[in-house]
Design a protein around this ligand. Sequence first.
Ligand SMILES: Nc1nc2c(c(=O)[nH]1)N[C@H]1C(S)=C(S)[C@@H](COP(=O)(O)O)O[C@H]1N2
Ligand SMILES: [Mo]
Length: 551
Amino acid sequence: MGAPEPGGGLRGPRRGHGAVGAANVRWWATLCGVLAALAGVLAGEFAAGLVSPSLSPLSAVGAAVVDFAPGAAKDWAIQTFGTGDKAFLVASITVAVVVLGAVSGILELRRPGLGVGLAALVGAAGALAVVTRSLASPGAVACALVAGIVAMSLVRWLVGRLRRDAVPAGQPPGSRTHDVAPVPAAGAPPGRPGRLARRGFLRALAGTAVAVALGGALTAVVRGASLAAAAARDALRLPAPASPAEAVPPAADLAVPGAAPLVTPNRDFYRIDTALVVPSVDPGGWRLDVTGRVAEPVALTWAELLAQPLVERHVTLACVSNPVGGDLVGNALWLGWPVRELLARARPLPGADMVLSRSIDGFTAGTPLEALTDPGRDALLAVGMNGEPLPPEHGFPVRLVVPGLYGYVSATKWVTQLKVTSFAADTAYWSTRGWSERGPIKTASRIDVPRGGARVPAGEVTVAGVAWAQHRGISAVEVQADDGAWQPAQLGTGISRDTWYQWMARIALPSGSHRLAVRATDGNGEVQTASVAPPAPDGATGYHTITIEVT
Ligand SMILES: Nc1nc2c(c(=O)[nH]1)N[C@H]1C(S)=C(S)[C@@H](COP(=O)(O)O)O[C@H]1N2
Ligand SMILES: [Mo]
């Protein structure tokens, strides 16, 4: 592939009408396609820098290529390029983008819509690559769609201008390009064939090129900033806990394939927040202010926080929006400083019964003061999650984790302020929007295996999942097939009463369609309620029930 001849092609028939001009028109179309594709990719990466820093369309495609490439190809790349295999991957994807862009430009010249169609296909493939990633989020998918839409619009617009300038007026749209020769635009002064029209196209092309260059610089800045923040985070070494985590009893992990793992890896941990743009907080400038009804307002810096004796605890976080059987729940190992120690320094005054925690992005949660000061409950100012600094999406550098309370009343990410106040005086973000002021987590249980609608062979069917009642613990799980008796399941020992418990049962089932239900009993002996309630205003209830086909 070469560059378009400078000043060639549309400068009118230099060597007579026909092939030469047509060939140049194809070069221009190629350039249009390449520019449109690059602009699309940049737009997608730029948007990802803002809304989805850990998963951009390009990184998703790269990861998907690695996942789906045959093992032999991967081995070859690693052997050939060694540690340069990533650079090779990036180079390959770049070449693919340029080639696909070029092809879309030529197709669009052949027949309007063809190139747009190819750009749409590539954009959809990008979105699909995003969806296959565990970090996939609506925002990340939107970034891939933005990339596709920008590429589609630009190739259509640029090649449209090119065609208008290059196709003779009498020729029907969609005519073969080799028949195309540059002709004077209507109204162009005689002797200067096609000049005005030509300028329009060249201006459009040059404008796009400038926009792509500027966009590239801007994207580099945005991505660079989030990459720099990520690098700073990667370089952090969190202190070892003064009080290490509870040992995980071997009998806690039933390890049933397909069931939720005992500890949720960070990349699979659900994410819920109101942030359109993941806040990028520099720990060096981070400060937590304890204000309000306290004897002594206190401020805490990152260095001061890390100098405290930290504790490590497994805590299962759950979202109040989680429907029965849903996956807005996850268990992680958190490293942090008990909030009660900080509150003890500030000394809350009489009359205070709530702490309004505020995020750098304005989100607030209202937590009962006693849940934060309770020596029997390790409410943490968390800095670590599963052995690494908090991921940006999960609140880097500091968030709250309070065992036993739904996230919306307790788990403020990117936390910067704790205002000691009262439920009478202050209202938190979700409490003004139809959700309850208090949010203790309700006892829940979920069937992970088999999946609803699965077909399983007749005989003993393994049924397994998780159950949680944070801070009360789980004492029993039972399963029911159709309208039969409740049968006790085998219960994992659990890590602590603040985490979920795995459970499993083997049930003999004849062939046919069967309904399976699960229910748990909490540590106080209270059986999970069968009464069905939606998530709003204070958490869903009812038994998770699935239907399977035994063959
Ligand atoms: N800053 C901020 N913190 C927040 C939220 C939010 O919207 N903004 N959402 C809360 C809700 S509703 C939940 S369920 C948990 C989810 O935490 P996760 O995304 O780390 O799983 O964060 C809580 N902390
Ligand atoms: Mo939530």
